[in-house]
Design a protein around this ligand. Structure first.
Ligand code: BES
Ligand code: ZN
Ligand code: ZN
Length: 539
């Protein structure tokens, strides 16, 4: 028996709503099998009450070998008396990773079934790629499958757990997300559900991880006139309102002034929009006196560059310059939803960086909370000014570890692009936890240097203790920025994540649509989850 149709190698039987387009080869093969062809989609999926179904399929190990359905696929195949397997084999060549075929009318509960290629079975951690390839394949495949169901305007989709329900849920929830709040024409809402009930806990966990990242994506994507510092803080406060073990403090400008956060204030004063210092206390630990993990995020809700104005082309993307604050706050919302057993404090200095008569001028000298003076040689290097003060403040909590995230430098994007966030850390213990977490989530990190070499380039400054830019201009720009931050750190477990390169997605991450990426929220959540299991003494 010919396994798939000759011409074009494409499954015409599976073409949505196009029964007349069946290839003769497929039609006759189906007849020889004594089977009815699947019912064509005669509007059955539109508002008919049925659900979509996404099923995974592995690449066959040998040429010409039978398709390798997942266990959910196998079960569904038995339910439809082997018709799924037969159709898959006659409809075309083996489905490659991420490629789909749609079958209509196989089962009355599922008017449309999308079968999607998962790549090879038993794919695990890939040591070259530093991620779990099996999980990444599932996320990508499920995202594609769910979007096909969305294109068919079916409001509900059941998803094959594909052997890893958490990854499948992440693929579904991340893959379907789109920021369409301000458009009249929106994509239809599709609710993904687990197909079967065996892995419900893992599925729910995946939904929460993905919703966390989607929250960060939402905050980053929203225009800067919608997500101002106060609106950002109120949005996060609202997300945390239902948790009795969370306290949110929205600190106004007067509080920031009494804290002597002169570096942060110097940036904020250029804007008409007042700054906010957002402080979140999540007490998930057995004891409120347990040392917390402190997360700090850069929260520049719009970065025009200030007097050192950025070029106008692409400046709109700087509405996402609060991506660090979005990732850490969303990670805390997710940690609370997961009820992680640890204490976390979140700190987000929020303001705009604007040019005005009150703005920082190149050459101005400002004083940070720890008394160090900073010459503002470039007003566009503002993120480190906010973080300098926030990091000083972070030291008042006797933290187990301090981790900050910031869309800090264009140089980070030049160095790694969107493959991974750069991690600058003084602690190999902390690095190992972040790295292990990122292998699982697929939202990768890569270690970068904190050499004295770079410190010298920011401490050699004419008027102040530090300059806010390296003296050799752009060379090693991500490293000189990290060296600058290090001047405000005395804790022995600190990591700075420069997330400028992973801020947005074009098409590099297949399970995220184009737009602001919300990375690395899931890695921060996974890291916190791992930390909560680690009894290692970090004093
Ligand atoms: N927010 C930017 C960095 C950035 C660039 C984030 C591209 C995301 C995408 C930051 O405030 C900035 O402008 N940094 C300057 C520093 C320079 C003046 C030393 C930069 O990277 O050009
Ligand atoms: Zn800037
Ligand atoms: Zn910035």
């Amino acid at each position: 028996m010919r396994r798939w149709a000759r011409r074009g190698g494409r499954c015409e039987a599976a073409r949505r709503a196009a029964p007349a387009m069946l290839l003769p080869g497929v039609r006759s093969a189906a007849r020889r099998l004594g089977r009815d062809l699947p019912l064509a989609c005669r509007g059955c999926s539109r508002g008919a009450g049925g659900k979509g179904l996404v099923l995974g399929i592995y690449s066959s190990e040998k040429d010409g070998a039978a398709a390798l359905l997942t266990s959910a696929g196998d079960a569904f195949d038995r339910l439809v008396s082997g018709r799924l397997r037969e159709l898959v084999s006659i409809c075309g060549p083996p489905l490659k990773k991420g490629k789909t075929r749609i079958f209509h009318g196989l089962h009355q509960d599922f008017p449309s079934v999308v079968v999607v290629g998962l790549g090879k079975k038993n794919a695990g951690v890939n040591d070259q790629e530093n991620w779990n390839e099996g999980k990444e394949n599932i996320r990508a495949a499920v995202a594609v499958g769910c979007r096909q169901i969305q294109d068919l305007e079916i409001p509900c989709v059941e998803v094959d757990p594909c052997g890893d329900a958490q990854a499948a849920a992440e693929g579904a929830v991340l893959g379907l997300h789109e920021y369409s709040e301000l458009k009249r024409k929106k994509k239809p809402v599709v609710t993904p559900q687990l197909h079967g009930s065996a892995e419900n806990e893992a599925w729910q966990k995946g939904v929460l991880y993905a919703q966390g990242q989607n929250l960060a994506r939402y905050l980053m994507e929203a225009p800067a006139n919608y997500i101002t510092p106060i609106k950002f803080a109120e949005h996060i406060e609202q997300k945390l309102r239902s948790f009795s073990n969370v306290k949110v403090h929205i600190r106004p400008e007067s509080w920031i002034a009494t804290q002597q956060m002169g570096a942060f204030l110097s940036v904020a004063k250029g804007s008409a929009e007042p700054p906010i210092f957002l402080e979140i206390h999540y007490s998930g630990g057995a004891n409120t006196s347990e040392r917390p993990l402190v997360l700090v995020g850069k929260g520049v809700t719009f970065d025009s560059g200030g007097i050192s104005l950025k070029p106008s082309s692409g400046m709109d993307a700087m509405r996402a310059d609060m991506g660090g604050a979005a990732a850490v706050c969303s990670a805390i919302v997710t940690a609370a939803a997961l009820n992680l057993p640890l204490n976390i404090i979140g700190l987000a200095p929020l303001c705009e960086n604007m040019p005005s008569g009150k703005a920082n001028k190149p050459g101005d000298v400002v004083r940070a909370k720890n008394g160090k003076t900073i010459q503002v040689d470039n007003t566009d290097a503002e993120g480190r000014l906010l973080l300098a003060d926030a990091l000083c403040y972070a030291h008042s909590f006797n933290a187990r570890a301090i981790v900050n995230a910031a869309t800090l430098t264009g140089a980070m994007d030049v160095a790694l692009g969107s493959a991974a966030a750069g991690v600058f850390t003084n602690s190999s213990w902390l690095w190992n936890h972040l790295y292990e977490a990122s292998i699982v989530t697929g939202d990768r990190v890569w270690r970068m240097p904190l050499f004295e070499h770079y410190t010298k380039q920011v401490t050699d400054c004419p008027l102040a203790d530090l300059s806010n830019i390296g003296k050799y201009s752009r060379a090693g720009g991500a490293c000189t920025a990290a060296a600058f931050l290090k001047e405000f750190v005395t804790a022995s477990h600190w990591a700075h994540l420069d997330i400028a390169g992973v801020m947005s997605n074009k098409d590099e991450v297949p399970y995220l649509r184009k737009g602001m990426a919300g990375r690395p929220t899931r890695t921060l959540v996974e890291f916190a989850a791992r930390l909560s299991q680690d009894s290692h003494n970090t004093t």
